[in-house]
Design a protein around this ligand. Structure first.
Ligand SMILES: [Zn+2]
Length: 119
């Protein structure tokens, strides 16, 4: 990657690669909140308030546009979907980690590692 790429641009690219991976991973499973067709990658803990979790593959799952955009994540059903998919313990761990670690400044190296991993 060229050095001239700005950090915000790199962040954007990383999110794009990561979200594409999530959509592909969950294509057969359906929207985590309602089971409809996966159209987007939706965060359980929002990336704005929880930047530390924005590339966490448990915090991010395939969703339909309706749940992700119009129902703001449809979070009560999202949580139920998480429990069904990963188990209550994993969800409690995720919530614990969200409370302890909210914001994170991602470094160029970390982002490049994520891109390589999920590409
Ligand atoms: Zn849905």
């Amino acid at each position: 990657m060229k050095k001239s790429t700005t950090l915000p641009k790199l962040l954007e690219k990383t999110q794009k690669v990561f979200n594409a991976y999530i959509r592909q991973r969950d294509k057969e499973l359906g929207c985590i909140s309602c089971g409809a067709e996966v159209e987007q990658a939706g965060h359980y803990h929002s990336q704005g308030h929880h930047s530390a979790l924005r590339f966490n593959p448990i915090n991010t799952n395939g969703q339909c546009r309706r749940c992700n955009m119009f129902l703001h994540g449809n979070l009560i059903k999202y949580r139920q979907g998480l429990v069904d998919r990963y188990g209550e313990m994993v969800v409690l761990d995720l919530e614990d980690s969200a409370n302890k670690n909210r914001l994170k400044k991602w470094s160029r190296d970390e982002l490049e590692t994520i891109i390589t991993k999920y590409k």
